[in-house]
Design a protein around this ligand. Structure first.
Ligand SMILES: Cc1cc2nc3c(=O)[nH]c(=O)nc-3n(C[C@H](O)[C@H](O)[C@H](O)COP(=O)(O)OP(=O)(O)OC[C@H]3O[C@@H](n4cnc5c(N)ncnc54)[C@H](O)[C@@H]3O)c2cc1C
Length: 509
């Protein structure tokens, strides 16, 4: 078999995940079938946000045979066991969790939603089916002190430093034979058959390849600018289009603990992410510019963070919600922000990249016949994108907030996706189940939907008008596991200190 050449333009998380993963699965120690080159601009910075992941990331890391503690140390990573939503339903300190774990399965798990809706709902739904909300509130690590690499009684993902993540994978990929060229791509040349023939770098090198992967972020240099593949705008379904972000080093202010979950707090025109790493927290207000100007957004983020944020600088980012009409055209595939972006809620960005790299490796065009492979790849990726879009759309349209123009607007019918409305109609009549999903390639299944629906008090019609409601019951198995967790797990920061050598910081400083 002749050696194939793949050139990836862009060295952010997308470029390096794709290079590291595809190089690992398409080549082996004795035989190299595909040679990978990553061209990364030394002058155009990565976007360097994207600090929350979902549990699928452990598949990526384990496929690469990366030592977990080395990875966590190298990327400043901490554990994430889900998301805690604050003030999404109403602005009254209402909270709910979307945890990764679901402990209560079998017959009682099957009845969980209906039983909970018929009860007085004095205990949040998630606490009746998962141990993680309670253990997260107690700031426990998902791992035991003695848990091995990638082992844990509880499902987890990571919070990580996006810049260090890309650097870590860059070092890894290079040590495994990926070529790295640190230059700008200034021109893209075409062959007669509408394929890209080469990319020209700032020093005049022509880098040829059989397949080009566009990982140039929002600039979308190859697939957008050169090949002219259009961008489908989905801002009708998700109104947020900006984020103002801030990083607070623990040397400056340490809040006394590191939350083992992402905190997502709704504000007047969007929501704030709050993520603790080993040496700093990252916060970001994701907002809709049609409802809030940049200065007011920054002010709101500073108010959220408190007085100690006064001398910390902020960064404002613009983004568009949508995707390329096609992800793979001719011999060019877009992965990462050049391909699509939903919005940061539910951390789908890095997962989409992992999924794209896995899917592309599986559909690798060994014989240069792109069309059937590209058609299938495009279908799979657009389904995956729609899955993320619908799931995030649901979070907004179930809100009952009426305290700002933004929250009133997101609840209007014109901003509720048809697929979401169809499911909501169905779920008034039956609990969500696997049968409601046609698509195999989804990230969010009925279990994820149940957490959001019940967290946001979405009623099934048969459960809405009962006057006499029994107290909510937490099943014995859940209670027992919470007790076990509280006995055997250790605080998140202690785990990080003991296993990764995280520094200790004085609280409040
Ligand atoms: C506000 C915000 C918050 C987010 N939060 C999350 C999150 O919590 N979780 C999550 O999973 N995802 C999140 N994402 C998405 C995540 O940030 C991205 O999916 C991820 O960082 C991948 O980015 P990228 O590599 O596609 O682009 P970038 O990081 O922008 O990288 C682009 C690369 O292309 C290079 N480049 C550009 N032009 C050229 C050129 N002409 N020549 C050579 N190189 C070039 C740049 O130098 C850079 O290396 C978030 C996104 C935003 C906007």
């Amino acid at each position: 078999m002749t050696l194939k050449h793949v050139t990836i333009v862009g060295g952010g998380s997308a470029g390096w995940i794709t290079a590291a993963y595809m190089n690992a699965v398409l080549n082996n120690d004795t035989q190299k079938t595909v040679e990978f080159t990553v061209i990364e601009s030394p002058t155009r910075p990565r976007i360097s946000v994207g600090e929350a992941t979902v549990p699928t990331i452990s598949h990526l890391l384990q496929t690469l045979k990366i030592d977990e503690n080395d990875f966590m140390g190298g990327t400043g990573a901490t554990f994430k066991q889900g998301i805690k939503f604050v003030n999404w339903l109403k602005q009254d300190d209402h909270t709910y969790y979307h945890p990764f774990d679901r402990r209560e399965t079998g017959a009682t798990g099957y009845r969980a939603t209906r039983d909970w809706l018929k009860s007085d709902r004095s205990i949040p739904f998630a606490e009746t089916v998962s141990v993680q909300p309670r253990l997260c509130d107690m700031n426990y690590s998902p791992k035991l002190a003695e848990s091995g690499r990638y082992e844990s009684p509880l499902t987890y993902a990571y919070h990580l430093d996006a810049e260090r993540f890309a650097d870590y994978l860059c070092t890894y990929a290079k040590s495994n034979g990926v070529r790295h060229i640190e230059e700008d791509v200034v021109e893209v040349t075409m062959a007669e058959d509408d394929r890209i023939s080469a990319v020209i770098t700032s020093s005049g090198k022509a880098i040829k390849a059989d397949l080009f992967i566009d990982c140039t972020g929002f600039s979308s240099l190859l697939i957008g600018k050169k090949l002219g593949v259009g961008f489908k705008d989905y801002s009708q379904w998700l109104l947020c289009d900006r984020a103002v972000t801030m990083q607070i080093p623990y040397e400056h202010h340490y809040p006394g603990q590191i939350r083992p979950y992402t905190l997502s707090t709704a504000l007047s025109a969007g929501w704030v992410w709050d993520i603790g790493l080993q040496d700093r927290r990252g916060v970001g207000y994701v907002y809709a510019s049609a409802f809030l100007d940049d200065t007011s957004a920054e002010q709101a983020l500073r108010e959220y963070e408190g007085k100690h944020s006064a001398d910390i600088s902020c960064r404002t980012l613009k983004f568009s919600v949508g995707r390329r009409e096609q992800f793979w055209v001719s011999n060019c595939v877009a992965i990462g922000l050049s391909a699509a972006f939903v919005e940061p809620l539910e951390s789908t960005g890095i997962n989409m990249i992992e999924f794209a790299a896995i899917t592309l490796a599986e559909h690798f065009p060994y014989n240069n016949d792109f069309k059937p492979l590209a058609a299938r790849y495009n279908k799979i990726m657009s389904n995956r994108f729609n899955d993320a879009l619908s799931f995030i759309n649901l979070h907004y349209c179930l809100s009952q907030r009426s305290d700002s123009a933004f929250w009133k607007e997101v609840q209007c019918q014109e901003h509720i996706m048809e697929t979401v409305q169809e499911r909501l109609d169905l779920w008034q009549l039956k609990r969500p189940s696997e049968a409601d999903f046609d698509n195999h390639f989804i990230l969010f299944n009925h279990i994820n939907y149940e957490y959001i629906l019940n967290g946001m008090n979405f009623m099934m019609s048969e459960t809405g008008d009962h006057n006499i409601r029994p107290a909510t019951v937490v099943p014995e198995v859940v209670l027992k596991n919470i007790e076990l967790g509280a006995t055997h797990l250790i605080p998140h920061d202690t785990w990080l200190q003991q296993n990764l050598g995280m520094k200790q910081y004085p609280t409040g400083k």
